[in-house]
Design a protein around this ligand. Structure first.
Ligand code: KG4
Ligand code: ZN
Length: 355
């Protein structure tokens, strides 16, 4: 099966992506066309704009991925496409594009769960074995998954409200810092005092691995308004201290819940994926937790932690190897929980369904 070559297509949020990946874990090409500029004025991803942009850009992304790999469709073994969860218009655009190519070239089609794409990435990048614990932390996702196989995921917990990236973005908005908020907050926090403001640690006092971040954002809003009322505005030091306190709170919440998830799952390794995994304070806190319980720690390169086509191609290869094939009746799904045994989560999130 090492000689498999798959095209992967991803269009579930605001990145139009295509990549060519082999069964022996080589990424021959990976093209990501971001729509950040199209949504910048709206404070979030606008589903209709995203769907239209995907429909316009998918062909080009696929063409670039194939030419980057030096291949034609006839060299491929199959097409993998994100079939959910996500913003439905974008997912439909990707699924229709994949069906067209598969039907035209007579290739097998494999629908992939976007979250499985993230969750299986450490196997593509580092060839790790099952089982392991995956923490997905991005602008739209936040959950712990024990990964026992390419189609065997157990959800140990997740956010009950905002995703952490969403919380970083909202804090940045409150403090008039540039979007995306994570990098802006991280750079402000570098010179701030994390102990000046008492920010809450929601849900830490309750057992289990569920997380909550919206109270943190509300507490930051109150502190900001209080400072403005007292001083007539925010000083740079206030902004830095609020960012430092907020980042320290998110890091502590994620670290403590990871400790519990590692112990509940008995997994030998903690892997992280998603944009928030780029945050150095958070990464360091997670690495320390893993080390303290004798587990390994793995964070794939940033370009493969955020949305991309290579993870979809790889997850498609893994599913294909298990015998999975989809037909022309493959449907795009706005919600698609990875672990069908787990209770459904509430909340949509500004970047789409958290599933
Ligand atoms: O995985 P991603 O690129 O896209 C999806 O959410 O699907 O994640 C983007 C999120 C944004 O909310 C952004 O603010 C956050 O990841 N992020 C960070 C950092 N870099 C990106 N959050 C905290 N610290 C960072 N350095
Ligand atoms: Zn994602």
């Amino acid at each position: 099966m090492d000689d498999l070559i798959f095209l992967g297509i991803e269009s579930s949020c605001d990145d139009t992506a295509a990549a060519v990946v082999t069964g022996d874990r080589r990424i021959l090409s990976s093209v990501v066309s971001s729509q950040t500029d199209l949504h910048a004025d709206f404070g979030g991803v606008v589903p209709e704009i995203a769907a239209r942009a995907h429909a316009e850009r998918l062909d080009l992304a696929v063409e670039q991925a194939l030419s980057g790999a030096g291949l034609s469709v006839h060299d491929l073994s199959g097409i993998a496409v994100t079939a959910g969860p996500g913003l439905i218009g974008g997912v439909m655009a990707g699924v229709m594009c994949a069906k067209g190519i598969a039907a035209g070239a007579g290739l097998p089609l494999v629908g992939v769960n976007h979250l499985a794409g993230h969750a299986l990435t450490p196997r593509l990048t580092d060839g790790i074995d099952f089982p392991y614990l995956m923490l997905l932390v991005s602008g739209g996702h936040c959950q712990f998954l024990r990964v026992d196989g390419a189609e065997d995921f157990t959800r140990l917990g997740g956010t009950i409200d905002d995703a952490p990236g969403e919380a970083f973005d909202k804090l940045a908005k409150l403090l008039a810092l540039p979007q995306p908020g994570g990098p802006s907050v991280e750079s402000e926090a570098a010179d701030g005092d994390p102990d000046r403001f008492a920010l809450p640690r929601p849900l830490l006092d309750r057992p289990g691995c569920d997380l909550s971040f919206s109270g943190l954002k509300t507490a930051a809003l109150r502190l900001r308004d209080q400072l403005i009322a007292e001083q007539g505005g925010l000083r740079q030091g206030d902004r830095r201290d609020l960012c430092a306190g907020f980042q320290a709170a998110v890091a502590e919440i994620l670290a403590e819940k990871s400790r519990r998830a590692l112990s509940a799952s008995a997994a030998p390794l903690l892997a992280v994926a998603g944009g928030v995994a780029a945050n150095r304070a958070i990464r360091t806190a997670l690495e320390r937790v893993a080390r303290n319980v004798g587990a390994g720690f793995l964070a794939p390169p940033q370009a493969l932690c955020t949305d991309n086509g290579a993870m979809i191609a790889w997850a498609g290869i893994e599913r294909f190897q298990l015998g999975h094939r989809d037909g022309m009746d493959l449907v795009a799904r706005p919600r698609w929980p990875l672990d069908s045994r787990a209770a459904p989560m509430l909340g949509g999130g500004k970047r789409g369904a958290k599933a």
